[in-house]
Design a binder for this molecule. Sequence first.
Ligand code: 4NP
Length: 159
Amino acid sequence: MPRLLFVCLGNICRSPAGENVMNHLLEREGLSDQFEVDSAGTAGYHIGNPPDLRMTKAAKARGIEMRGRARQVKPSDFAEFDWIFAMDRSNYADLISLRSLCEAPGAELVLFGEFCERHDDSEVPDPYYGGPEGFEKVLDLLEDGCSVFLRKWREGEVT
Ligand code: 4NP
């Protein structure tokens, strides 16, 4: 069973959106019981908080419910997940450091943008200090990359 972890900075905008977009696609395709999906933040500022209301509203408009509470990523996540999706390069660099603290890291760490086919972006940009278009952009990228990941999984290209 593939275990997927989405990681951003605060775990209140991008990574919970990734988790919930992926769960939405899995539910639609009847695959929910075949995956484990979670999200976390590299920073601890928002531990225990629900997703940002702006992200929740933007997702709801696309029929996606935002569930979950923020947590911070930890070294053992590298042993407990198969895929760790970093939203941007700064998250990726922080995750490389954290990985060195895990005794048995097994997870494949990638920049999520690598899975996007309809967008050239390699990063999912931080929407926190910007306007509503930033949240739409995050969802566009996540819907693109998540559906590509699932297609590759069905085709056996990723496991
Ligand atoms: P996220 O967005 O990393 O997508 O959850 C942010 C959330 C909070 C902050 C920055 C980015 N912050 O500075 O508190």
